[in-house]
Design a protein around this ligand. Structure first.
Ligand code: AMP
Length: 290
């Protein structure tokens, strides 16, 4: 709820082209970039607040990136609501919104792309071929256009965060990457633009994802085998619910490499789940120290 006694928020400057952006950027000082695809929710708000706490100015990009969607995915129906997004950005004290058209980001065929390597070919990369190549290519372009000192990403997309960190390191991009913990709705579902696709019944079934991760985390003293079987028990039951949860993957990976961990693993890990409820694909994860 918006506080009625709060001062009216200042609207961000909206720019549409790299040239407009460059003119604004020169006056900004230490700048944080938060890349988004819009349809902004509370998860994005936590990123904007984190960015504001770490920089003089916050730039939010809003761009539904066609390069990261597969041919059978939801590019066409992905929610687009720029006016509502600008109101959220104003409330969160965002200074600049960069909302380029597709033709501005990709004026011709994108022949040169950024390849994520092995870390980008497992899990999300295996289920969504070309996804991380699309993500890294657009993030690299945004970094060149915005020239941020730091960029803020959500742990919600844990593999994306890890792959972006690796790109910055391997290509010497000189941008500090900050990760922000996953924001959840009061019922436990990780906030996501795609939650808007869910019916009330689908949403109830979808709660099994966060419940499975919680069950896994609760079993963390038992080690990888116990963690996975505790999480799987919840998902097996959800597969029999109505509407059912159709599991894509459940995995426990090394937080640095995203390789699945052996039974003897000790260190920082991430328990990840991806599943369909109806036609909506959802992902969630929880970091664990074993
Ligand atoms: P998107 O607009 O879905 O591409 O997400 C833009 C950024 O917001 C990414 O860095 C996401 O990881 C992050 N994000 C999305 N949902 C959440 C969430 N529930 N909590 C924290 N960060 C999130």
């Amino acid at each position: 709820m918006t506080d009625p006694t709060a001062p009216a928020p200042t609207a961000p400057i909206v720019v549409r082209t790299p040239e407009e952006l460059a003119r604004v950027r020169s006056g900004l000082g230490r700048t944080a970039l938060v890349p988004t695809m819009g349809a902004l929710h509370n998860g994005h708000r936590t990123l904007f607040a984190a960015a504001r706490g770490r920089a003089d100015a916050v730039v939010v990009s809003i761009f539904v990136n066609p390069l990261q969607f597969g041919p059978d995915e939801d590019y066409d129906r992905y929610p687009r609501r720029l006016d509502a997004d600008l109101a959220v950005c104003a409330e969160e004290g965002v200074d600049v919104v960069y909302a380029p058209a597709v033709e501005t980001m990709y004026p011709g065929e994108q022949i040169v792309t950024v390849h994520p390597g092995a870390m980008g070919s497992v899990l999300e990369g295996a289920s969504r071929p070309g996804f991380f190549e699309g993500v890294l290519t657009v993030v690299a372009k945004l970094f060149h256009m915005v020239r941020p000192d730091l960029a803020v990403f959500g742990q919600k997309d844990a593999q994306q965060l890890a792959v972006v960190r690796r790109m910055v390191r391997d290509l010497g991009m000189g941008v500090t990457i900050a990760g922000v913990p996953t924001r959840r709705d009061p019922d436990g579902l990780a906030s996501s633009s795609r939650n808007a696709y869910l019916s009330a019944e689908e949403r109830a079934s979808a709660l099994a994802l966060s419940r499975a991760l919680l069950a896994g985390a609760d079993a963390s003293v038992t080690g990888p085998v116990g963690i996975l079987s505790a999480a799987r028990a919840v998902l097996d039951e959800a597969a029999r619910a109505e509407p059912p949860v159709r599991l894509d993957y459940l995995a426990l990976v090394d937080a640095q490499t995203f390789a699945e961990v052996p039974a003897s693993f000790r260190g920082d890990a991430v328990l990840l789940v991806a599943a369909f409820v109806g036609t909506t694909r959802l992902i969630d994860n929880v970091p664990l120290t074993l």
